[in-house]
Ligand binder design. Structure first.
Ligand code: TPP
Length: 324
């Protein structure tokens, strides 16, 4: 059953708010990099908010996700605390991982956010393990592995697809494809292609699982596809491969491309806002309220992170190696 037609306005606004929160948080993070408060480069998710928000809207806190080297969208959509998230990125003691993970390896098991990962495709086999745990416990939980089209070529990712299918695991593979056809459409220069097929979802056939490709800039298409795949996984019918074509509205590393959000017809937030207003689910005043309240939350997170202490030097190796 596709829930799409019955999605309540309340749920739609929750999804919209999540998308706005991701965009707002990333904007603030970019500023902190420019100011040197964040002592590293990092990858961004701007333009892909519909995928994280649409998929995570279907999940429970007890379900897990594995993320990528551009993790903020996934982590925020899965419900990570913004203060601890910003503190971690700033390398502060109050961060999720005491400032040791930085942006690339943030981990918050309390909401099932099982890891950003600087290793392309690295979180996919990890998340496969969580799907296996759900199956062995029989608790009805599911796991979602987010990865890019480049990662889809990694041996570990392909082996995970095979195992998930052979073992009939409650795992949803979510490939966010920002490959050349999408990027050239946007006028970005592509240096090298990473994949040999138009549709990553065509690989699902080879592993005996269902798979399809969707417009990742349309959050309701994302939500409906995820809803079906998650239902399938929860009911014991095994894995699904969902591919979402996405547009990176900015460079995925701070400073690599101009920000042209307002000009883009593919901006998922702009598109969803129009849709919600057309349906009568959102008006200008409510929209302003959502944006302002999210800005406030992000501002609080920034202030908290800036005011937090640096970790002590003696802490540097604690929790890194197994202690006897
Ligand atoms: C195992 C591994 N190989 C190479 C890299 C360097 N690297 C970082 S991002 C990236 C591109 C990954 O492409 P994709 O998975 O499609 O992600 P996206 O382009 O959407 O950021 C590469 C090759 C890495 N981090 N890990």
């Amino acid at each position: 059953m596709v829930e799409g037609a019955k999605v309540k306005n309340e749920k739609l606004l929750e999804i919209y708010r999540t998308m706005v929160r991701i965009r707002t948080f990333e904007k603030a993070t970019r500023e902190l990099i420019k100011k040197g408060v964040i002592p590293t480069r990092m990858g961004f998710y701007t333009g892909q908010e519909a995928v994280a928000a649409g998929v995570c809207a279907v999940l429970k806190e007890t379900d897990q996700i594995g993320s990528t080297h551009r993790p903020l969208g996934h982590l925020i959509a899965k419900g990570c605390d913004l203060k601890k998230l910003m503190s971690e990125i700033c390398g502060k003691e109050t961060g999720f991982n005491k400032g040791k993970a930085g942006p690339y390896h943030i981990f918050d098991p309390s909401v099932g956010a099982l890891g950003a990962n600087g290793i392309v495709g690295g979180s996919v086999p990890m998340v496969l393990g969580y799907a296996l745990a759900h199956q062995l416990r029989g608790d009805g939980g599911v796991a979602v592995a987010f990865f890019g089209e480049g990662a889809s070529n990694q041996g570990g990712v392909l082996e995970s697809m095979n195992l998930a299918s052979v073992w009939n695991l409650p795992l949803i593979f979510v490939c966010e494809n920002s490959s050349p056809d999408v990027q050239t459409m946007l006028g970005h220069k592509i240096n090298y292609p990473q994949i040999s097929v138009d549709k990553i979802s065509s690989r699902a056939l080879g592993f005996g699982m269902p798979g399809d490709t969707y417009e990742g800039w349309d959050v309701m298409k994302v939500y409906r596809a995820a809803f079906e795949a998650v239902e399938r996984a929860r009911s014991g019918s095994g894995p699904t491969l969902l591919e979402f074509k996405v547009h990176q509205l900015t460079g995925n590393i701070e400073g690599s491309l101009e920000f042209f959000e307002d000009e883009s017809m593919w901006d998922p937030i702009r598109r969803f806002r129009r849709e919600l207003m057309f349906k009568g689910a959102l008006n200008e005043e409510e929209d302003r309220w959502i944006r302002t309240s999210e800005e406030l939350k992000v501002k609080e997170a920034v202030e908290y992170a800036i005011g937090s202490p640096e970790p002590n030097v003696e802490e540097a190796l604690r929790g890194v190696f197994v202690e006897e």
